[in-house]
Write a protein that binds this ligand. Structure first.
Ligand SMILES: [Zn+2]
Length: 469
């Protein structure tokens, strides 16, 4: 029997509002522990919450970008549970009446576009940050002490819940990259996984291929990069298939994925909604955004990343278009092409060389970049790399680099190629036996030998000729 994974995602994005969700404490990293707190976010008796208008507008903005309906009447509730990072003993969160429902996100894919359903996007406050000291890998088990920093407590957090519409780990990864870029471009969150401003949990189950049943699912937490998420999902899918094929049943369970060892560790049994004793927050009025407000926010929405991928795909291919758009690089690409550079070469230079050199794409002059792209085979590789590294510097000019010429002289390069061939008999044999990919190895050796001064295209021709005789 073959099995089909059924994957849903829960994404938390921390909003970068100036102040917290229900008080006027500043939101931000880097301040000393427990310095950004007040009676409201520390849960002192009698302190009253006041809604952050901007957080509500941004949630509506996100909901619209995800194709959601915006509720005319949303309600904050108390989600009751005890934990040291939750000083009130409850979290204020939208529950059965969230601000955004029933959305759809288009995910461009090689075999046709996919629509991923958005069940809801709701607003809540973040918990404080607990740090376990002295234990293994920061977990509570085996720790000597646990410390709580309440600075994060009360920060506005949007939770996005997808329908179980995702079918592969790779699709989950591509969806998340697209969603992250959408959030960043709306200007509502930095959405950085390594800083915890974007957090993702995956709900995973498997079913016989072709069936439409939804089986018991498990939840994977604690994954802090898109690649780890994909690997965590793959590991859990493989585990569930083993369980099912051995005739047993998958049990509802939460797992932590350890990326270093590729293993899943079971956590606590998941609480049911009943355990939280949700009830409407009596200190807050319902959220009832006027229709004009919603429409004015809708009118401000930028073109979505998905639509840009589809727009530029015909000029490139899906993969290149996706890398450019989800990297926030497509505008620079567009301007570079308009300035006269080749489409595919520009995409490659931007996605590989520029990103590899850590250059800030928003500070690059597309006209200068276009000159470099066009000259890339003519000038020495070393000069090209140096120029790319300096592209974002104020007043950067490509001309001095364009004046340099790569060594294309066959009389000069021929003997070097001969020597490299002589020194690598094994690779020569393999190449002649059909491993043509080794051409790059020989070119690379010559480039190294000439310290990047040779013209790689000419070197490639010489190597090819010499090895075919
Ligand atoms: Zn506060």
């Amino acid at each position: 029997m073959t099995w089909e994974p059924v994957i849903g995602l829960e994404i938390h994005a921390q909003l970068k509002t100036r102040t917290k969700m229900f008080c006027r404490c500043p939101v931000g990293f880097g301040a000393g522990e427990n310095t950004q707190t007040c009676p409201v976010c520390l849960g002192f008796p009698g302190a009253l919450p006041v809604m952050n208008r901007r957080a509500i507008e941004w949630t509506i903005k996100l909901g619209l970008a995800l194709g959601c309906e915006i509720a005319e009447h949303a309600v904050f509730a108390r989600k009751n549970y005890f934990y040291p990072d939750l000083p009130k003993g409850y979290q204020i969160s939208q529950y059965d009446l969230p601000s955004c429902i029933d959305g759809k996100v288009l995910l461009p894919a090689a075999d046709g576009d996919r629509l991923i359903g958005i069940v809801r996007a709701h607003l809540e406050e973040d918990a404080a940050k607990t740090v376990h000291v002295g234990g293994r890998s920061g977990r509570i088990g085996g720790a000597d002490a646990s410390l709580v920093d309440y600075n994060r407590g009360g920060t506005p957090l949007v939770e996005i819940v997808t329908a179980p519409d995702i079918r592969t780990a790779d699709e989950a990864k591509r969806f998340l990259q697209l969603l992250r870029q959408t959030i960043v471009e709306l200007g509502i969150s930095d959405a950085e996984m390594e800083k915890g401003t974007l957090r993702v949990d995956a709900n995973v189950s498997v079913r016989p291929s072709g069936s439409d049943e939804l089986r018991t699912r498990t939840e994977i937490k604690n994954m802090n990069s898109f690649n780890f998420i994909a690997r965590g999902i793959d590991a859990e899918v493989a585990r569930q298939i083993r369980v099912c094929e051995s005739g047993e049943e998958v049990r509802q369970q939460t797992y932590d994925f350890d990326a270093a060892t590729g293993t899943l560790t079971a956590r606590r049994t998941k609480e049911e909604a009943d355990d939280y004793r949700y009830f409407p927050e009596p200190d807050l009025v319902p959220v009832q955004p006027p229709a004009e407000l919603v429409e004015s926010i809708r009118a401000e929405l930028p073109e979505s990343p998905a639509s840009r991928i589809r727009r530029i795909e015909p000029a490139l291919d899906l993969d290149r278009a996706t890398v450019l758009v989800t990297g926030g690089l497509d505008r620079l690409w567009d301007e570079t092409v308009t300035a006269g550079a080749d489409r595919v070469a520009s995409a490659n230079v931007i996605a590989n060389n520029l990103v590899g050199a850590g250059v800030d794409a928003s500070a690059v002059d597309a006209g200068e970049l276009a000159k470099l792209v066009e000259a890339r085979d003519r000038i020495p590789r070393a000069a090209f790399d140096e120029a790319v590294g300096k592209l974002a510097e104020p007043g950067f000019a490509a001309d001095p680099y364009l004046a340099q010429e790569a060594v294309s002289d066959i009389d000069e390069l021929g003997p070097i190629v001969d020597r490299i061939i002589e020194e690598n008999p094994g690779q020569v044999l393999a190449y002649r036996g059909g491993k043509e990919g080794l051409l790059g190895f020989f070119v690379g050796q010559v480039m190294k030998e000439t310290q990047g001064a040779a013209n790689p295209r000419v070197v490639s021709e010489i190597v090819r000729q010499k090895l075919s005789t």
